[in-house]
Design a protein around this ligand. Structure first.
Ligand code: R5P
Length: 263
């Protein structure tokens, strides 16, 4: 692999553990001021020491994050529809050029493909163009797989969408944890991370992360279950313990409770 691309990947997927905790705060690209991210800088700054990469849009990066910060950036480069337009929601296109991603010193670019949706062809072909452009500059790509309206969110669908993203040329796949997740990781030739999804109790989110790692995921790209936690700093440390240190759910939850109590 190209030196620059490998260097960028190694900044995100830590070579000593082969794992990553990606902090996703890109929700505003289709949801606007998401609960917990109204003041994105205030929410994110205390979490940065515990994240391996920060996933967000170029507008959030430029407006909320200090350029002196020492964290690799995973830049979301797809969008185009909002949560207000459910009909069109599954029809994303490119929202940022690779040139601007380079200007922002992005370590990775993220794009959603909408396998099974009406407009899947548009999203898949546009992502292929993004991969070509990113590849030319040694920038890795993260393929976000989402759920089409008529697709059942199960291991068969996630395996299909994940493998499709890898065959397109993505370097990392982001998908959702489902029962039988080994089917997804075992049939995907590139690393897989899971999104967190809607906020659930902290212990359940830690259990989901544990299950995903045990089933072959190399980490999480988690947002709401961290920044909407009753204690986001304690929660990201607990998630980190699961991902990087092999902590059990009990150990991680105990860590969450103790760090929470320490405040
Ligand atoms: C969705 O496509 C966005 O990229 C989010 O970043 C992603 O869903 C991860 O965030 P959460 O853990 O809140 O689901």
């Amino acid at each position: 692999m190209d030196w620059g691309k490998q260097n960028r990947i190694d900044r995100i997927i830590k070579p000593d553990t082969g794992k990553t905790v990606m902090l996703a705060v890109d929700h505003g690209y289709f949801m606007g001021p998401t609960t917990g991210l109204e003041k994105l800088d205030a929410a994110v700054n205390p979490l940065l020491p515990y994240a391996d990469t920060l996933m967000l849009t170029r507008g959030a990066l430029r407006n909320y994050i200090d350029p002196g910060v020492d964290i690799p950036i995973t830049l979301r480069v797809s969008g185009g529809t909002s949560i207000l337009n459910q009909e069109a929601l599954l029809h994303e296109g490119a929202t940022c050029s690779i040139e601007d991603a380079i200007r922002l010193n992005a370590s990775c670019v993220a794009f959603s493909i909408l396998v099974g949706a009406d407009y899947e062809r548009d999203t898949i072909l546009t992502f292929a163009e993004i991969i070509d452009e990113a590849q030319a500059y040694g920038i890795p790509t993260l393929c976000v797989t989402a759920v089409g309206r008529d697709m059942v969110r199960d291991a068969r669908y996630m395996a299909l969408a994940s493998r499709l993203g890898a065959e397109l040329g993505a370097d990392i796949i982001k998908t959702y944890y489902v029962d039988g997740f080994e089917k997804v990781t075992e049939s995907c030739p590139v690393p897989v991370v899971i999104a967190g999804g809607k906020k659930i109790p902290e212990r359940d989110a830690l259990q989901m992360a544990r299950n995903a790692i045990d089933a072959g995921a190399i980490g999480v790209d988690m947002g709401r279950n961290i920044f909407q936690s009753e204690d986001p700093v304690a929660m990201i440390q607990a998630v980190r313990a699961v991902v990087h240190d092999g902590a059990s759910v009990d150990e991680a939850y105990e860590l969450f409770e103790s760090r929470k109590a320490a405040v």
